[in-house]
Design a protein around this ligand. Sequence first.
Ligand code: ADP
Length: 244
Amino acid sequence: MLDVKNVTKKYGKVTACNDLTFHLNPGDMTILLGPNGAGKSTLMKSIIGFLKYDGRIVVGGYKNKSVDAKRILGYVPEIPSLYPNLTVEEHMEFIARAYKLTDYKDRIDMLLKRFELDDKRKKFGDELSKGMQQKLNLCIGLLPDPKVLLLDEPMIGLDPHAIKELKNIIDEMRESGKTLLVSTHIIDSVDMLWDRTLIMQNGNIMANITKAELDEKGESLEDLFFEITEGIDPKDVKEAKEEV
Ligand code: ADP
């Protein structure tokens, strides 16, 4: 469903993405994990077509920058970019029209209710708190219900209710066959169902493994993450614990 081939993105001398190649299957929920500065946002912005890069990215058989790809590809950026002079309701309406959605009213109601923005419909973008802006940012990204959705650090700034709702929505989308790529640097936030993880560090993909493969090895995601990012062998941790 998503093919990333030999993607390299440099900012001056910094190589944010270094010759990345991977494939995501339809219906897979993939966690893109990595410390700050690993290159996760750059990878997402390349997939969505916001950046120039070397390499090839294909979504559902279409080049990522084509109109056909844009119809099936969605993105929730880490930092919301709202219009100060549009209300919550107008933001949603604007996106619905931009995507030429039909019968979208119920979906708008559902999203605004689930993210507790229903009573903020008439508020302008710049009247919303940071957390509310984050929630509206999510509602905007979720409204078109894309086949492939990229969520960049979506839990940041959300209150516990919104985090719970978002995790439920991610589970529901996975259940209905959507392809999801969710980035995070907070390993503790990964407690929803997932199928694959890509672990990035210094612009490289250090691990590309399915949940089933990891389970078979008897390792947790945390073991793997620290093994990669801090060079800690999980066996040493277990042995050290046994010695104590
Ligand atoms: P992550 O999302 O994993 O935190 P980023 O993709 O934001 O990582 O950043 C990867 C690297 O690219 C970092 O070294 C960061 O400083 C650099 N970088 C990101 N955006 C820019 C930019 N617009 N200009 C220059 N360097 C950037």
